[in-house]
Structures are given as C-alpha cells and as structure tokens.
Design a protein around this ligand. Structure first.
Ligand code: RP5
Length: 165
C-alpha cells in the first residue's frame, strides 16, 4: 500500500472547502503533498475513527482539521492520534465562527489541538505551521519556507498607497 502524504487536510463538510482550500493552496505553494478528505465527527463518525486511528501508520505526520459550528472534528481526531493536530475554526453563518473557535480551542488538558484563527487566516497559518513542523527534519522544505517568508516580506510596500480608498 502506498504511504500517505505527510499532511492530511480534513474537514467536516464540503462547505468547509471554501476555507480549507487556503490551507491546500499554501501547502501547494510550499511543495508539500497532502490529502484532502471530508471526515465529519457527526455525520461520518466511523470514517473519523478509521482515519484518526490509522493516520500515523499510514505515514501522515501532521493533521489539519477544519470544522464549523459545534466543531468536534479537531478534538476528536486529536483524541485518537498522537500526531500534531492543527484546528481551523470555519466561519459559521449563525455565529460568525465564534462557536467554531470556542469548540476547538477549549480542549481539556491532556489532548492538545493547536487552534488557529477563524477562517482563511487560520487555514493559511495551519499550513505554515505544518510546514514548520515538517521542516524540522527536511532541509529542502526549510529553505522553501524561508523563501516563502522572504517573498512575503518583499511584497510589503514601505509606504501606503494614499490614492487607495
Ligand atoms: C460542520 O458543520 C462542518 O464542519 C461545517 O462547517 C458545518 C456545516 O456543515 P454543512 O451543513 O454545510 O454540511 O460539521
């Protein structure tokens, strides 16, 4: 059986892809392979158990988990794998992602989820954190990550465009 890529990007619903694609695009930009899967803690609990219990043996090294509302996915995944899990609160319609954030961030001591910002920023940063973890043992990736950050710095103008609205 072929080994899984080093990163799994899981999400509770197809509707989360609009947010989680930003994690995927950031991983693409850094040349990190990943698999993206819909794994719902509520609607597909058996799929979640199979994924989380098998993730490490499959070769996955970091899990990025995005979910919205009563967002149990990152915490439940973390409960069933020793791999680092980064949680991305998806912006919900009803409560603007506050529900997602609080669901993910308030893990009891003993089972950590590294919780990111709500929405796109969290998705991008989850990918960057995954890259930083993998770069600890991958010098080529460490160089790509340094270059990504340098490009970002170079893209910031020193003075604001005062003609902008
Ligand atoms: C959660 O419920 C998902 O993570 C998603 O953010 C939210 C809403 O899902 P849909 O009703 O759009 O499928 O499980």
């Amino acid at each position: 059986m072929a080994a899984s890529p080093p990163v799994a990007v899981i999400m509770g619903s197809q509707s989360d892809w609009a947010t989680m694609r930003h994690a995927a695009e950031t991983l693409d930009a850094l040349g990190i392979s990943y698999e993206a899967r819909i794994v719902s803690a509520h609607r597909t609990p058996d799929r979640l158990v199979a994924f989380a219990k098998g993730a490490k043996a499959a070769g996955i090294r970091v899990v990025i988990a995005g979910a919205g509302g009563a967002a149990h996915l990152p915490g439940m995944a973390a409960a069933m794998t020793p791999l680092p899990v980064f949680g991305v609160p998806v912006e919900s319609k009803a409560l603007s992602g506050q529900d997602s954030l609080l669901s993910i961030v308030q893990m009891p001591a003993g089972i950590p989820v590294g919780t990111l910002a709500i929405g796109r920023a969290g998705a991008v940063n989850a990918a960057l954190l995954a890259a930083a973890v993998l770069a600890l043992t991958d010098d080529d990736l460490a160089q790509r990550l340094d270059a990504w950050r340098a490009r970002q710095s170079a893209a910031v103008a020193e003075h604001p465009d005062t003609s902008a609205p």
